[in-house]
Ligand binder design. Structure first.
Ligand SMILES: *Cc1c(COP(=O)(O)O)cnc(C)c1O
Length: 380
């Protein structure tokens, strides 16, 4: 559907030259306009060198300055302690579903909590390695009975003694379910933070490992960031591909082979942007405001609903249903015509979903809310 009919006053954050529209995509997701503009400025002639970042050796001094700075910025934004390695790897978050057991299972037992599609995929992949005899995988609990709208009470979890690690997904992007407090378990905690990294302050020291695909809150797809505590390195299975081996990649500063150089550069620009916004605490406050505004609109109406247990409602991905699902199609057509993009819910859940990552401004969420109220008035 064409968005040409959008009157410019409904898109205050887009400007005449760029025509950027409110994009609520779950991923790949919107990237701050300032970051894209800077990349555009530097595209043909990066820092007067007569070439782009894409065209230089990853081992050149100039490029290494970019990666060093990106890592330093991320360490500062997240207050990552010195005894953690920060790796910039390939294969997205999904390859980590394999890398984790291959690096850390080490003949032992690993605990997995299932709270939605992504944590279910992680355990499924890990089970393949258990089937090969690399160790045991234990499902501690699943939220399936609630259709993943709730998390089983921690005192009902079936944790193993001496687990090699405990894996969970901090924010289930599809179901819109977020676990805000790190689970209190004895095993090293591993969190998939693909869709919530850098969205609010966290205490990294509570985790053994954090990983996140870049395409939600950081930058282009394909890149994955792994933050792993030193003592967990060096126990990888012989079957672990070298490129997935954390100790090896740490030793090679994530350059065992040619890294995704341009994605890494863009991630660095996003970190610069985030710092300019005041850092994670500042953006976290805005994220909370955005989520509060949207949930209030949903809860105040009988026209819209969200069924996730209140304490687990995601501040990044907000699915919602229309009471009359025969209006779904009209909602999507009219929202798109109003310049509000990518609100269709995931096919597993249906309805709508607004993903409101760091780069989605409060103004954009306000525009969405205004649209929702007007739509309700018109169709209720
Ligand atoms: C998007 C996402 C993934 C998968 O990321 P890929 O980069 O496509 O592998 C995994 N986990 C979560 C929580 C996600 O949101």
């Amino acid at each position: 559907m064409s968005t040409n009919s959008v009157p410019t006053q409904t898109t205050p954050t887009s400007d005449a030259t760029h025509h950027r529209l409110p994009n609520f995509s779950a991923g790949p997701a919107t990237i701050p306009t300032a970051v894209l503009s800077r990349a555009q400025e530097e595209l043909l002639d990066w820092q007067g060198r007569g070439m782009s970042v894409m065209e230089v050796s990853h081992r050149s001094k100039e490029y290494m300055a970019i990666t060093d700075k990106a890592e330093a910025k991320l360490r500062s934004l997240m207050s990552i302690p010195d005894n953690y390695k920060v790796l910039f790897l390939q294969g997205g978050a999904s390859l980590q579903f394999s890398a984790i057991p291959l690096n850390l299972l080490n003949g032992g037992k690993a605990d997995y909590l299932t709270t939605g599609t992504w944590s279910a995929k992680a355990i499924k992949e890990a089970q393949r390695y258990a089937a090969l005899g690399l160790g045991e995988i234990n499902l501690v609990a699943t939220g399936k009975d609630s259709n993943f709208t709730d998390v089983p009470a921690p005192d009902s979890w079936n944790n193993s003694d001496n687990a090699a690690y405990f894996h969970y997904c901090a924010n289930e992007t599809i179901h819109g379910l977020q676990i805000f407090e790190p689970p209190q378990v004895d095993a090293p905690l591993i969190a998939d933070m693909s869709s919530c990294i850098l969205s609010q302050p966290i205490d990294v020291s509570k985790f053994g490992m954090i990983y996140a695909g870049a395409q939600k809150n950081i930058g282009p797809a394909g890149l994955v960031i792994v933050i792993v505590r030193d003592d967990l390195l060096g126990q990888a299975s012989e079957w672990c591909p070298l490129l997935m081996n954390y100790a090896h990649q740490a030793d090679k500063e994530s350059m065992s082979n040619t890294p995704p150089t341009y994605s890494w550069y863009l991630a660095g620009l996003v970190f610069d942007w985030l710092e300019e916004q005041g850092g994670v605490a500042a953006i976290g406050k805005i994220n909370q405001q955005k989520a509060d505004l949207l949930y209030k609109t949903i809860d105040d109406s009988h026209f819209y609903s969200n069924s996730v247990a209140t304490q687990y409602r995601s501040i990044m991905n907000i699915p919602f249903n229309l009471a009359d699902s025969s209006l779904d199609k009209v909602f999507l057509e009219e929202s798109e015509a109003a310049g509000l993009l990518n609100l269709k819910g995931h096919r597993d859940v249906g309805g709508m979903r607004a993903s409101i990552y760091n780069a989605v401004s409060l103004e954009w969420v306000q525009q969405l809310v205004d649209f929702m109220l007007a739509f309700e008035k018109k169709h209720a």
